[in-house]
Design a protein around this ligand. Structure first.
Ligand SMILES: CC(C)(COP(=O)(O)OP(=O)(O)OC[C@H]1O[C@@H](n2cnc3c(N)ncnc32)[C@H](O)[C@@H]1OP(=O)(O)O)[C@@H](O)C(=O)NCCC(=O)NCCS
Length: 213
């Protein structure tokens, strides 16, 4: 499949900040969603949709995915080494899954982490969520806040009213995700062994009504 024909078209926000202009996708939400409550980073956090289908955007996301893979927190079949970032990103997030990404930024454009949303015909009405918070910003409540705000991002940034629930999976040994799931009282909906990823046990969760911000 040609990359040219399948990439969504986009343009960048008119901004003087080079970091923001590289990543932020226009449209969606006009006023950036800000939150500070329960996040112990001392500065406001702005959530904006990321443009992933540029070399720069795909590289940022893949660098985080490969770092989390190397740390043993997630497993990916991708072996990105700095070349063909859009192709590697599409191997993880096929276009048919309608991947969308929300970046969490400091107001100066520093990318702190991001949340991915994909859809699946097997999970109607649900968005499948993935998330990476960059190591310097972990354990400050950002992952919890992002999960709490996930439905708001879908509604207000992506204007997607068809999604009523969030679904996510994590490795059974991912202590931080399990700590967040416990805190948020999300429902455990099952356990499976992922043989493609090497017999890794995965736990699945869905948010209960009322768990959103
Ligand atoms: C998982 C992740 C998104 C969480 O983001 P975060 O901003 O660090 O999350 P928070 O700070 O909101 O919460 C982390 C919780 O884990 C707890 N925690 C941290 N290390 C822990 C450990 N080794 N064992 C148990 N709990 C731990 C923290 O204390 C905190 O809980 P608390 O708020 O009750 O104290 C982030 O760590 C990350 O990007 N990891 C790598 C990629 C990944 O695993 N993605 C998820 C795939 S489903």
């Amino acid at each position: 499949m040609s990359e040219q024909s399948t990439q969504p078209t986009s343009r960048f926000l008119p901004t003087d900040d080079p970091k923001l202009s590289l990543l932020i996708r226009p449209g969606g939400h006009e006023k950036p969603l800000q939150f500070q409550e329960s996040v112990n980073l001392g500065r406001p956090i702005i959530a904006r949709e990321i443009e992933p289908w540029t070399d720069a955007g795909a590289h940022e996301l893949l660098s985080d995915i490969m770092a989390a893979h190397e740390a043993g927190d997630i497993t990916t079949i991708a072996r990105y080494k700095g070349k063909n970032p859009r192709r590697w990103l599409a191997s993880i997030y096929p276009f048919a899954m309608e991947p969308r990404f929300v970046g969490l930024f400091f107001p100066d454009g520093t990318l702190l982490g991001w949340v991915s949303f994909t859809t699946s015909p097997y999970l109607p009405g649900k968005a499948v969520l993935g998330m990476v918070i960059r190591p310097p910003y972990q354990n400050a409540g950002l992952g919890t806040a992002a999960l709490l705000h996930a439905k708001k991002y879908l509604r207000d940034i992506m204007r997607d009213a068809s999604i009523t629930d969030i679904f996510f999976e994590t490795q059974e040994d991912n202590a931080r995700v399990l700590a967040i799931a416990k805190k948020m009282k999300v429902q455990n909906t099952g356990r499976r062994i992922d043989q493609i990823k090497g017999d890794i046990a995965m736990l699945a969760f869905t948010n209960k009504p009322g768990a959103e911000a």
